[in-house]
Design a protein around this ligand. Structure first.
Ligand SMILES: NC(=O)C1=CN([C@@H]2O[C@H](COP(=O)(O)OP(=O)(O)OC[C@H]3O[C@@H](n4cnc5c(N)ncnc54)[C@H](O)[C@@H]3O)[C@@H](O)[C@H]2O)[C@@H](O)CC1
Ligand SMILES: [K+]
Length: 465
């Protein structure tokens, strides 16, 4: 069976997957050999002839380091190995014994080309003690290129917590066997530099979270017309600019017809955007395939009425921005929903639905998805999607320039547009999140939300079948 390289595992699932490989006939030593050699090869290639310092800890992460050091030596790369602690696991002890070169005491302050950090990986359970923290940061300062084996030491694998403030920045992190949540979670992710994954044969774990994949989006069918491609109703509110931004992105994300519903036509409506001043009455049109409510909605009694009108229309709906602060467990409607909270809106929803705000973001998003019977896209630098049937999709790192006013309105428009096309809430959230990241990538630095909306079509073109 080919390995699964898209899953994101917690430590217990990783250990179970490794145990399954061992039961299946691959000895633990062989797994370490595969991981360590691949790690050594990355260090050799990235180092491009420079000497490598390998810092080894007591566990299997350190064991990987000894294997990497052996691989480097065999390829003629000058290697310095520092044992921060003596190996304690059978595999690490064997790997240490098989390394024929000298092993230095932790006092030695090597310097040079590449530092390979094999101090701790997924087994780190508490902050680094002072001596190891000083050793790691001292060595990091003295090396031009820093590579972390599996995880930078000092990171908690399940949560992405930085257990020691002031950890060095790494240039590359080589994940071993499978992605861990920390590779994509804040605040750890930005310390890791470029991410690479080594295949050691880890099989798919049922129910595991997955990295967001590039969607495969079909062009309109030969007999398409605007309604068959999806009519999206965007509800305007107290501040219509936000809804206009959403509508602009939605028009470029695949829906055939985007209508702004407002009682009076706001200023700045583009000629290509239809504004239906029958307002909420337009929701009675059976051709409305999806609804977006929230951007610029306001939080007044009237806003509650508009949200409830969107919910009782019983069409797939994206609930964003202000509407998220108005949604309650007793809110009407049973149609598929996508909620797109950022951190603050998430806290408001958790309070409204009586949920605890404790635990990793993925667990909190899943709890809300179940309670609200909705797909939840929890936004942030580490966006993720949870669905009520238990699936979690992890967004890859996106451009930090997305932290701009109106960015969320554009995302909501993209998701709503996809929802109008096919009605599948989970898929729409995935497609929208991917399009958002891709549009940002194409925009480069310092773009406006308008630029982002305008780039939606180019992002879509990259995902076309
Ligand atoms: N288990 C396997 O089959 C494989 C494991 N691999 C490697 O093994 C790593 C996980 O190995 P381990 O579970 O041994 O974990 P680590 O190597 O991360 O270290 C765990 C050891 O460090 C100790 N420890 C934890 N926190 C500490 C702290 N703050 N200060 C001092 N000591 C501390 C623990 O008591 C334990 O002895 C992975 O990250 C990966 O590098 C790879 O070799 C692939 C195969
Ligand atoms: K490490």
């Amino acid at each position: 069976m080919p390995a699964d390289l898209t899953q994101v595992l917690d430590v217990a699932a990783m250990r179970a997957a490794e145990a399954a490989l061992i039961v299946g006939g691959t000895p633990a030593q062989e797994l370490m050999e595969t991981a360590g050699r691949a790690l050594g090869e990355w260090a050799r290639r990235l180092g491009a002839g420079r000497p490598v310092t390998v810092l080894c800890g007591p566990g299997n992460n350190g064991g990987d380091g000894y294997v990497a050091a052996r691989h480097l030596s065999e390829h003629g790369v000058p290697v310095t190995v520092i044992a921060a602690r003596a190996p304690t696991t059978p595999e690490a002890m064997t790997a240490r014994a098989l390394y024929a070169g000298a092993v230095q005491e932790p006092e030695v302050m090597a310097s040079g080309g590449v530092l390979l950090d094999c101090l701790f990986g997924s087994g780190l359970s508490r902050p680094l003690p002072d001596d190891l923290f000083a050793l790691l940061t001292g060595l990091a300062d003295r090396h031009a290129l820093r590579i972390a084996a599996d995880l930078p030491s000092g990171i908690e694998a399940n949560s992405g917590a930085v257990l020691n403030p002031g950890l060095p920045m790494f240039d590359v992190t080589v994940a071993l066997g499978a992605w861990k949540h920390a590779h994509y979670a804040m605040p750890a992710a930005p310390l890791m530099g470029a991410l690479r994954l080594v295949d050691i044969g880890v099989q798919a774990v049922p129910g595991a979270a997955r990295i967001l994949a590039k969607p495969r989006i079909a062009s309109p069918a030969a007999d398409a017309h605007k309604y068959r491609r999806g009519l999206l109703a965007v509800l305007a509110g107290a501040m219509p600019g936000a809804a206009l931004l959403s509508a602009e992105a939605a028009q470029r994300a695949g829906a055939g017809y985007v209508k702004l519903l407002a009682s009076t036509r706001p200023e700045g409506v583009a000629p290509s955007l239809v504004c239906d001043v029958t307002d909420l009455a337009a929701l009675a049109d059976p051709r409305v395939a999806a609804i977006l409510v929230g951007p610029g909605l306001g939080r007044s009694t009237e806003a509650v009425g508009r949200l409830n009108a969107a919910l009782v229309a019983d069409r797939p709906v994206v609930i964003d921005a202000d509407a998220l602060t108005l949604l309650k467990p007793e809110s009407p409607g049973t149609a598929p929903r996508v909620l797109t909270p950022h951190q603050g809106e998430m806290a408001a929803l958790e309070a409204a639905f009586g949920l605890s705000a404790i635990g990793p973001r993925r667990a909190r998003a899943l709890a809300l998805a179940v309670a609200a019977r909705a797909v939840v896209l929890l936004k942030g630098p580490d966006s993720l999607i949870a669905s009520p049937d238990g699936y979690v999709t992890i967004g890859p790192r996106a451009s930090t320039w997305l932290s701009v006013a109106g960015s969320g309105d554009v995302l909501a428009g993209m998701i709503a547009s996809r929802l109008a096309v096919h009605g599948d809430a989970h898929r729409a959230a995935q497609e929208g999140l991917w399009l958002h990241g891709e549009a940002a990538r194409r925009c480069g630095p310092a773009f406006t939300a308008g630029d982002l909306a305008a780039a939606t079509g180019y992002a879509l073109s990259a995902a076309l079948l």
